[in-house]
Design a protein around this ligand. Structure first.
Ligand code: ATP
Length: 352
């Protein structure tokens, strides 16, 4: 039995048949990407209204953003920049995930045919513990020149991440779950994570379970990535491995990530980049954020609108090959969005 009793989800906000969703544009390219989401939703007729909360500035009101997400149940988010290097200033991205107990991050890394990439036909699901591990943000300087940083691993969180992964595998017809760890060195922390996943695996005899040390995993991902199906790992490994797999498939601009807890959900670009250097230049790839918006529509149950936008994305990048510079193309962000909207307006791709 699970260590933590599963709580029923709180219903998401809906008024007059339309969902209300919190939109946190974040810094860098976040605001322009959110503008594209709004445009695409307008043409797709997606029944969603956004409550935009800007917490880009370090003095802005994080509590207000949290209240809004708690009220709406769902948010779409860009990355919020933490400019300060002081240990006392916590990342608001981490604070939001911790406060809402979004204990799991899911990145479905699926290749888009026709998009230039280092590896083809990848289909890997990375399930990452999202609230503890090295992100516990417990660091201090014990004496001058000696810094301690705590990596916190709990059995209860390891249990619910593992259970989430096996349930995900079962529901989505996946065959194998691989636990990624460094339990040969971090015998207690990663040891607990690994042991917990092995115990949970026993409840799912139909799904194969194995494990791999993180260093070997990185090498295998680069040389033989097709061996992986569903992977589970602690927080920091998850961040690194997610970036490796995104890099194999087409970079930071393509994939989306989902953050779930028992009550709330936040959708965002998979590699959580701010993209400050490319902001305002009309070159950011809009696909990762649009894909996050498709995930959000699916979560809200607007599966037909999600399907419509997904088909328009695929036609634009796989068939028409309208690619921004990060994918080796010369299209501007707005060219990609315009083509997606053109497809949305064509009757032949509508799922209804
Ligand atoms: P900065 O945030 O100042 O750009 P950084 O090195 O921290 O610097 P990240 O935001 O972490 O950059 O992004 C990593 C890389 O991915 C950068 O080269 C960035 O330009 C690129 N990138 C991120 N998002 C996108 C996107 N949507 N389209 C194209 N490139 C992107």
């Amino acid at each position: 039995t699970p260590l933590i009793k599963k709580v029923e989800a709180i219903p998401v906000a809906m008024y007059g048949g339309r969902h209300h969703v919190t939109m946190l544009p974040g810094g860098g390219i976040g605001p322009e990407l959110m503008g594209y989401v709004k445009e695409v939703f307008k043409y797709a007729g997606a029944p969603v209204d956004f409550e935009v909360v800007d917490i880009g500035d370090e003095n802005s009101d994080l509590d207000y953003a949290l209240t809004s997400i708690k009220r709406n149940g769902v948010a779409i988010k860009g990355n919020i920049e933490t400019k300060s290097e002081s240990a006392s200033v916590v990342s608001r991205n981490v604070a939001i995930r911790n406060e809402l107990d979004l204990y799991v991050n899911i990145l479905h890394c699926k290749s888009y045919p026709g998009v230039p990439a280092r590896q083809k036909d990848i289909d890997i699901v990375i399930i990452r513990q999202n609230t503890e591990g090295e992100y516990a943000m417990l660091e201090h300087e014990s004496v001058d020149g000696v810094v301690e940083s705590m990596k916190v691993v709990t059995e209860s969180n390891s249990d619910r991440v593992a259970r989430f992964a096996f349930e995900y595998a079962k529901k989505n017809g996946r065959k194998r779950v691989t636990t990624i760890h460094k339990a040969n060195i971090m015998k207690l922390s990663d040891g607990l994570f690994l042991e917990t996943s092995r115990r949970v695996a026993k409840d799912y005899p139909e799904i194969e379970h194995n494990d791999m040390i993180i260093d070997n995993c990185c090498m295998q991902l680069v040389s033989k990535p097709h061996q992986f199906d569903v992977m589970i790992m602690t927080n920091l490994y998850g961040s690194i491995v997610s970036n490796v797999v995104c890099g194999l498939i087409g970079g930071a601009g393509l994939l989306s990530g989902k953050n779930y807890g028992d009550h709330y959900a936040i959708f965002e670009p998979g590699t959580r980049n701010t993209g400050t250097a490319i902001a305002g230049k009309n070159i950011a790839n809009p696909i990762a954020m649009l894909s996050a918006s498709v995930d959000m529509l699916n979560h809200l149950g607007h599966v037909q609108h999600a399907e419509l936008i997904q088909r328009a994305i695929e036609k634009t990048i796989c068939e028409d090959k309208i690619h921004t510079p990060d994918l080796g193309g010369s299209a501007r962000s707005t060219d990609v969005v315009q083509r997606i909207i053109d497809h949305i307006l064509q009757a032949d791709i509508r799922p209804w």
